[in-house]
Design a protein around this ligand. Sequence first.
Ligand code: C5P
Length: 212
Amino acid sequence: MRILVTAGPTREAVDAVRFLSNKSTGRMGYALAKAAVEVGHDVILVSGPVALTPPDGLLEFVPVVSAADMAEAVKSRASGCGMIVMCAAVADYTPAHPTDRKMKKADGNLFLELKRTEDILKTLGQQKKPGQILVGFAAETDGLEQYARAKLAAKNLDWIAANDVSRPDRGFAAGTNAVTLFAADGRRFDLPLQSKDAIAKEMLAVLLPSPR
Ligand code: C5P
């Protein structure tokens, strides 16, 4: 199966030298891409800026910077994919008026106007091909199941992988993760705390029970 995985943060330009970003390291997405390659899938990895080396054996590696870049890269490849896993921590807002030059500082406060980015996963959910499996991630600090299930429904997903990022041993920038998978048909799988490589393998086994 052709599988597209997104990973890492995005960077949203404020000016020529500054950007808004987040704590994502890309480790979970890279682990998922690697696990999918190892099972024999054709894997496209679309990655924001991270300090990781892409796994061997990818069908395609697509480095991107901003949420808009990621949207373009994903949407142009989506229709040929049997499964899309949106692991990337895509920015929800981007500066409304980025400048090409470095902004000068002045006395007093600075107000930065932000505009919404496209919700890539929501767009994919609206355009979902028959049989295509759409998987989202939900990083939450509270109300894990409630918010995860709401996102699953709102974005027309098949699965959502939820993790509690209020705890230091899982989620953003941690080497380990604990994930609860919620399916659109109501099923729930709790994957206990373990390395992100091990979580990735278990996730794939749940998402695609029969290889290829
Ligand atoms: O609604 P929330 O941002 O928490 O949903 C998280 C999921 O949506 C993740 O799978 C993330 O990759 C995806 N997302 C997206 N485009 C955005 C924001 C989030 O595809 N602009």
